[in-house]
Design a protein around this ligand. Structure first.
Ligand code: GKE
Length: 332
């Protein structure tokens, strides 16, 4: 049994990770600004704290944990990251957390630390052709991320790698490619496209229409949360200490993503393409390195993950509608 700290345990990936680590039989302390929004986590301890404060880092990072998973960040989907309106907060909050966590981890002699980087750190010039994006790990330089969020992810990768070189810390870095699943943000502006489109389809009457940002021909790949966690655990148990893609190679257009959601919902809806924050034109994971280094790669078809996610989000939509109906009839 390992002693583990999960930073960002109240978030989407962090919350699922706590459940996985507890299922694997470890002792887990979680820390986040808030409790998990959707479920009661089985963590042994859960600290509500702000990792931008060094005092909080000293409090939660008080022993040489066997493993730390650093997932705490100021982040969200295209509607939050690519408008540019949150750039200062995103850079300051996320970089401060990473500077505090890695410094304190080194001081207390933490054995191994996982840092969640992002495909957003890849240069925009390799993501202009929606049919042929290049996101192999060695394509990171010359650096040119299309967002400040991506620049902070790249800076923090270099921060962790510097601690590995200068202090001999065991560092593992996963570059996440749009992770999705149940119990993630699905409304309010920070949601990513899988959850957003599930919500829009769930709320639309059959035969209606849903809004899609851009022409919908932009491409992405989406990795279901269980496969993300499997990759993270395998990476932590490996000796591979360079950044590595954790994503799906099943690249789809956003229009196709919307059609996949409609398929699992059994609804026929038209797509209304509107202006919106778009991010890069094309992106797909490149899993040659993970196949080579971990002898593993994600295999779950997108539609299987969308089916589970849609089922959960449509239930959230249903619950929200019945609660507002109760309020309006005064029966709540
Ligand atoms: N969020 C959202 N909501 N995106 C939409 C919508 C909508 O209603 N309609 C169309 N899109 C389009 C966006 O304009 C973008 O072109 C594409 O879907 C994907 O948006 P996304 O899923 O919000 O985020 P991205 O994949 O562009 O970027 C995310 O990548 C992750 C790592 O790969 C980032 O926002 C981070 O959440 C994360 O680093």
């Amino acid at each position: 049994m390992k002693k583990i700290l999960v930073c960002g345990a109240g978030g989407f990936i962090g919350g699922h990770l706590v459940k996985r680590l507890k299922a694997d039989g470890h002792w887990v302390r979680g820390v986040d600004l808030k409790q998990h929004e959707f479920s009661e986590l089985p963590a042994d301890e859960f600290v509500i704290g702000d990792l931008r404060e060094q005092s909080v880092c000293r409090e939660v990072l008080d022993r040489p944990f066997d493993e730390i998973y650093q997932l705490a960040a100021d982040m969200g989907g295209a509607g939050y990251i690519f408008t540019g309106e949150q750039d200062a907060d995103v850079m300051h909050n996320s970089a401060t957390i990473n500077l505090n966590v890695v410094h304190q981890a080194q001081k207390v002699g933490v054995h191994k630390i996982f840092y969640s980087s992002s495909a957003c750190m890849y240069p925009e010039y390799n993501q202009l052709d929606p049919d042929n994006p290049k996101c192999a790990e060695d394509s990171a330089y010359p650096a040119a991320p299309d967002s400040e969020y991506g620049w902070e992810k790249l800076f923090s990768e270099r921060l962790y790698l510097s601690y590995a070189r200068n202090y001999g810390m065991q560092i593992r870095i996963g570059r996440f490619h749009n992770i999705f699943g149940e119990e993630g943000t699905w409304q309010g502006g920070r949601e990513k496209s899988p959850a957003a489109l599930c919500r829009k389809v769930a709320e639309a009457p059959d035969g209606g229409a849903i809004e899609v940002w851009g022409d919908g021909l932009q491409t992405r790949s989406f990795l279901y949360i269980d496969e993300c966690l499997e990759a993270v655990r395998r990476l932590m148990d490996s000796n591979f200490a360079e950044p590595i893609n954790i994503g799906s190679e099943e690249m789809v257009t956003i229009n196709r993503l919307a059609e996949t959601v409609m398929e699992v919902a059994g609804k026929s809806l038209s797509l209304k393409h509107i202006e919106g924050p778009l991010g890069v034109r094309g992106r797909n994971s490149d899993n040659n390195l993970i196949r080579e280094k971990l002898g593993w790669e994600p295999t779950m078809p997108l539609i299987d993950g969308i089916r589970k996610t849609y089922q959960w989000i449509s239930a959230q939509v249903e619950r929200q509608h019945s609660q507002s109906a109760d309020r309006s009839y005064g029966t709540a």
